[in-house]
Design a protein around this ligand. Structure first.
Ligand code: NOJ
Ligand code: CA
Length: 688
């Protein structure tokens, strides 16, 4: 499976070196070349050093070049770069095939089947003989590499200016991406461009190559390091670049340490990208133990009224979070099978200019017209979980100072989840400095804020609290290690639909499925049954699509985000929301293309029921759904919520919905028409 040979580096790798092949062949000394393959041999890795003694790797898939010669290394802010003067001094191999269980998720069991090789690089005497190891892991449907910087004489601390990990995409194709390092963080409209028109992208960035290969580039296990962005250097050659830091160096770490994994999901189809656990497999197992105190659930919130501007977070005549309203919402939740109630604007600190400041927020003191203890007791009596809300305005100095007492308080009130928020422009995180009272401005995805999120999640775990982070650091699969980090926002969610006509556009959700959602669960907040935002601006969605979102966009806590009056005005849709689970034993993408549409089949973790449905983009389409996933020998009653005849997001016909009940069994084909901006939801119950 693995080869470690000494020979001249030729072929694809030499072709990308500074010197042309013949010259290299004549002048270059013998180079070590390490190769490795994925378990079934689909993916083959080659690692060597180029004509300038820079570490390079390449990947081929099914015998065809996928990632051409791509360099590895770092620029440092206090020493010569870890880029040139390297040779390979050895390598070690390993393989694994195991299955592990998720406490909650899109699927219960995850298989981790891979081969790996750790390659040891060492610089020559001109570069002080420094050592840098790179671990490569090969799955049949994915690839990861990470740097492992060992303890070594002469370097105690590494000050990284930037990381130069390259990915030279070998074929043309289409990319689906949002810009990285932008002022509004990840909350942007997705772009669909040729690969060679990408600028600096956030990850995951998804690509469909001309031969149909699907790729998604991302990272796994982002711990104590700055997030990476995917920056196009030239043609189809991309290079990592790290989120900035007020300290000058993007990352400062003592040796030894490992970087996060740089990852590529690799598949023949859109489904192969989605049904892929690469980043989860590259994270460490659960470190916090039993999390059975967290129960996946659906919830409502005192929220949309503030987002639309009808109510306020701040105190005053239009204050949203009053004791009375909270009790009214708890009654509604209890009556309609919801598990939780989110209340925003319950705490002191909203009255000033909180946007990007947040120094006034209290996370323990409620405002006078919200009786926290009484509301928590009323919720408990009605078996509803109160979901806490900690908006920080990006002021993590203020939040960190209150973390322990806040989490302790929530636990004492029986609250097991908290939504956090970091509303501030990029670079607007206010972190504690080195001296008392000093503050430092940081980036949402810089090393300091990555450390902050870990502190929140670890402190919350101590008090049996789960975290749903908005304006977060991107998800990199850490829910495996910290299963109380249940979900995040990290893209434009429902809230944008309050602020403009067709604000997110009809293609947003079928793009999210294959981009942002590859990183992990999202608190998108579906269930906007009124289909309108502030001043009656319409959503780019049919009514059926609002139900399809519960199947397309996974989260273990799923909101029904509309006013309770709007939910009540749609009893049949509310019935679907009541039934649909937020925890699955299996999930499959049964039809879909990146950016166009996505239909899932998911099996309830707590029953034999299956749910099928999803979302469509701007173009109407007919699909034929293969019921191959169902158990053989059973007949299922299918209850269908689908786009009504003539439905389209573009007119008032967006409200047209149709219902049907039919019998289906394994092997059947279910024809379905999806409206422009449409969707569908189907419950399949064995028997009657
Ligand atoms: C932005 C969040 O995404 C939204 O859900 C929240 O209501 C506001 N910030 C206020 O915290
Ligand atoms: Ca947001």
């Amino acid at each position: 499976m693995f080869r470690f040979t000494r020979k001249a580096a030729l072929g694809a790798l030499a072709a990308a070196a500074l010197l042309p092949i013949p010259a290299l062949a004549q002048t270059a000394p013998a180079k070590a070349v390490v190769t490795a393959a994925s378990p079934d041999g689909t993916l083959v890795l080659t690692v060597t050093t180029d004509g300038s003694d820079r570490p390079v790797y390449s990947l081929s898939r099914k015998g065809k070049l996928l990632i051409g010669a791509s360099k590895l290394g770092f620029t440092l802010t206090d020493g010569l770069n870890l880029v040139r003067g390297f040779r390979i001094t050895g390598s070690e191999t390993a393989s694994a095939d195991s299955t592990w269980e998720q406490p909650w998720g899109e699927r219960r069991f995850v298989r981790d089947h891979h081969n790996e090789v750790l390659v040891h690089f060492e610089q020559n005497a001109d570069y002080a003989g420094r050592k840098m190891n790179v671990r490569f892991r090969l799955f049949d449907n994915g690839f990861g590499l990470r740097y492992e910087l060992p303890e070594q004489p002469g370097i105690k601390t590494l000050k990284i200016g930037d990381e130069w990990t390259e990915f030279d995409v070998a074929q043309p194709g289409t990319a689906f991406w949002v810009a990285g390092l932008e002022w509004n963080r990840e909350e942007q409209i997705y772009q669909r461009t040729p690969i060679d028109a990408v600028a600096t992208a956030q990850t995951p960035i998804t690509m469909r190559l001309e031969d149909g290969t699907h790729l998604a580039f991302h990272e796994a296990a982002l711990v104590d390091y700055s997030a990476m962005y995917f920056k196009r250097a030239e043609r189809q050659l991309f290079r990592t670049t790290l989120a900035p830091s007020s300290r000058g160096s993007a990352v400062i770490r003592d040796l030894p340490f490992n970087t996060p994994w740089r990852t590529i999901r690799i598949a023949d189809s859109a489904a192969g990208l989605v049904e892929n656990d690469l980043e989860l497999n590259l994270n460490e197992p659960n470190k916090i133990g039993d999390v059975s105190w967290f129960k996946p659930m659906k919830y409502i919130g005192i929220w949309w009224g503030m987002i639309r501007g009808d109510w306020t977070w701040a105190e005053g005549p239009r204050h949203g979070a009053t004791t009375e309203r909270a009790k009214q919402y708890i009654d509604f939740a209890a009556k309609n099978g919801f598990g939780g109630l989110l209340v925003e604007g319950w705490d002191k600190g909203w009255n000033g200019d909180w946007f990007g400041h947040g120094q006034d927020f209290s996370f323990t003191e409620a405002v006078p017209d919200f009786d926290l203890k009484a509301v928590a007791a009323y919720a408990a009596k009605n078996k509803i979980q109160l979901i806490g809300h900690n908006e920080t305005g990006g002021n993590i100095a203020n939040y960190e100072a209150q973390l322990e007492p806040a989490m302790k308080l929530y636990q004492s009130l029986g609250m097991h989840s908290v939504k956090t928020g970091y509303v501030a422009d990029a670079g607007g995180i206010i972190a504690p400095g080195d001296a008392p009272g000093e503050v430092r401005m940081e980036w949402h995805e810089g090393q300091r804020n990555v450390q902050h999120h870990m502190k929140v999640v670890e402190t919350a775990a101590k008090y049996q609290v789960a975290i749903d982070a908005h304006e977060p650091v991107k998800d990199t699969g850490l829910r495996r290690t910290y299963p109380n980090w249940i979900d995040r926002e990290g893209a434009r969610g429902m809230e944008y639909n309050a602020w403009g006509q067709f604000a997110n556009g009809p293609d947003h959700e079928p793009t999210l499925v294959y981009t942002r959602m590859l990183s992990g669960p999202m608190d998108f907040t579906p269930g906007m049954l009124s289909l309108e935002g502030a001043n009656h601006v319409p959503l780019a969605s049919t009514l059926a699509k609002q139900l399809g979102l519960y199947l397309a966009i996974y989260s273990p806590i799923q909101m029904a985000s509309d006013f309770i009056e709007s939910l009540a005005a749609h009893p049949k849709e509310l019935e679907f929301i009541r039934q649909v689970p937020a925890d699955w034993s299996e999930s499959h993408l049964i039809a879909g293309e990146v950016g166009d549409y996505a239909i899932f089949a998911r099996k309830d973790r707590n029953s034999e029921d299956w749910y099928v449905g999803g979302v469509n983009g701007h173009a109407a389409r007919d699909v034929s759904l293969a019921m191959d996933f169902l158990d053989a020998g059973k007949t299922y009653t299918a209850t269908v919520w689908k786009d009504g005849e003539g439905a389209t997001y573009e007119t008032d016909a967006r409200h047209k919905i149709a219902y049907a009940t039919l019998k289906v069994k394994k092997g059947d084909k279910l024809p379905l028409w999806l409206a422009p901006g449409g969707g569908a939801a189907i419950r399949l119950h064995p028997g009657k």
